[in-house]
Design a binder for this molecule. Structure first.
Ligand SMILES: [Zn+2]
Ligand SMILES: [Zn+2]
Ligand SMILES: [Zn+2]
Ligand SMILES: [Zn+2]
Ligand SMILES: [Zn+2]
Ligand SMILES: [Zn+2]
Length: 289
């Protein structure tokens, strides 16, 4: 898409979504751009990009309370044109400022090893079969329809869903899974429904490597890994990760403790640590200054 087309698209998007503040700043930038030379347009364009990121972070937080992202028709048309199936629209819309939509040629990374590929549909499917032993493996419990991508993922599924050596559920976990062969208990209905999507094999297939996933959040992390989008910073060192899960695993393995760098509180676990970090008064002070 040309710059002016993209500007119009953004303008419309900000108006439709009532991003008044962004709209104001963006219009100012457009005015400046009009009077600037071509060589300046790059720097000016950068400003709205950061603004989009801020708006997205806010809407991303709201989305947890079930707000659905509205994807503009024009974006869908562009995405379809470069070969992205509709199951992936939301991911690409959220990360749209990271891709060049005129020349859509992003490097695709294997989510397991370091291999890279050009972007095309199912570019990693053969690789997953040959290098990572992908093969469809159905769960053999009669009341479970789950089909794993590999022998090892089926083993993990069987031990966590149907295994005997399960963790004792917490006292708050009072909702029992309706499948007799499974001993999972959840504390909230949302978690139980997400759990059922695995038993019922309600999955989305990755258009790059054919991996199927039942959990929308894991699916997003998976696609982020394909494009090496490292939005998750280690709280202790300079390393960056493609998902919260990978970041937390790194922190536990490498840094061991969860001490807030701003107020010095020792939080013991990564989840308590992350919760604290968003609320830490000392940290907030650093942002305001
Ligand atoms: Zn690989
Ligand atoms: Zn099963
Ligand atoms: Zn279950
Ligand atoms: Zn994939
Ligand atoms: Zn680190
Ligand atoms: Zn703190």
């Amino acid at each position: 898409m040309s710059n002016s087309k993209f500007d119009k698209f953004l303008l419309k998007y900000f108006e439709e979504n009532d991003f008044q503040k962004t709209l104001g700043v963006f219009k100012e930038d457009l005015k400046k751009k009009k009077s600037a030379t071509d060589s300046l347009s790059f720097t000016i364009l950068k400003a709205p990009k950061n603004i989009i990121d801020i708006e997205l972070k806010q809407s991303g937080r709201k989305k947890r309370s079930k707000e659905v992202v509205k994807i503009p028709k024009q974006f869908k048309r562009i995405a379809r044109k470069v070969g992205i199936p509709k199951e992936h629209f939301e991911f690409f819309f959220e990360h749209r400022t990271r891709f060049n939509w005129d020349l859509f040629k992003p490097t695709v990374y294997c989510t397991v090893c370091k291999e890279t590929s050009e972007h095309f549909e199912f570019c990693f499917t053969k690789h997953m079969i040959e290098k990572h032993n992908y093969t469809d493996c159905s769960c053999d419990f009669a009341d479970c329809q789950f089909v794993a991508n590999s022998e090892s993922s089926l083993l993990r599924h069987k031990s966590s869903f149907h295994g005997m050596g399960k963790r004792k559920p917490s006292a708050r976990a009072h909702l029992r899974c309706k499948y007799p062969s499974c001993n999972y208990q959840a504390s909230i209905d949302y978690a139980l429904q997400r759990h059922y999507s695995i038993h019922e094999n309600r999955s989305t297939e990755c258009y790059l490597c054919s991996t199927r996933m039942c959990n929308a959040l894991k699916f997003k992390d998976h696609v982020s890994a394909h494009f090496n989008i490292t939005d998750f910073d280690c709280n202790f060192c300079s390393k960056k990760f493609t998902s919260n899960v990978k970041r937390n695993a790194h922190e536990r393995a490498t840094h061991g403790t969860f001490i807030c760098a701003d107020c010095g509180l020792d939080l013991k676990t990564s989840s308590k640590f992350n919760k604290h970090r968003t609320n830490c008064d000392e940290r907030k002070k650093a942002f305001i200054q």
